[in-house]
Design a protein around this ligand. Structure first.
Ligand SMILES: [Zn+2]
Length: 126
């Protein structure tokens, strides 16, 4: 298909690995963090992108020694970036167990509100 639909905004960075002829998506620089510990591997990346609307996307992935990999993506309007960053900063001040407690609470709330079954959290390693 056609390449760039609109001129790139100032914040758009070039994707060297972007295949020829693929649809161009304006993206900011990517930030990535990873952690390996005791058989557990987690990776979280975030960047801004223009996916129809300007959004911040967070790609999260983790695998423990005794679970399959779990992946989750979150898209937040670019105007909410300061609030999203505030949530991540607050997470840095609580323990991993407390973060898992929050994740369970989010799953439970979503299940209650949508009537869907809460997805079971795979057993997390230490
Ligand atoms: Zn662009």
């Amino acid at each position: 298909m056609a390449g760039i639909q609109d001129p790139c905004p100032k914040w758009c960075v070039t994707e060297p690995e972007e295949p020829e002829g693929s649809r161009h998506i304006h993206r900011t620089q990517r930030t990535e963090v990873e952690r390996y510990e005791s058989g557990t591997h987690a990776s979280i990346t975030t960047r801004g992108g223009s996916f129809g609307t300007d959004e911040i996307v967070v790609h999260a992935w983790h695998r423990t020694a005794d679970s399959n990999s779990v992946q989750a993506d979150l898209y937040v309007p670019a105007g909410d970036a300061p609030r999203l960053a505030g949530v991540f900063e607050a997470l840095s001040y609580v323990s991993p167990d407390q973060i898992r407690e929050l994740a369970a609470g989010i799953r439970q709330a979503g299940a209650e509100m949508t009537g869907a079954e809460a997805e079971a959290e795979p057993e997390a390693g230490a």
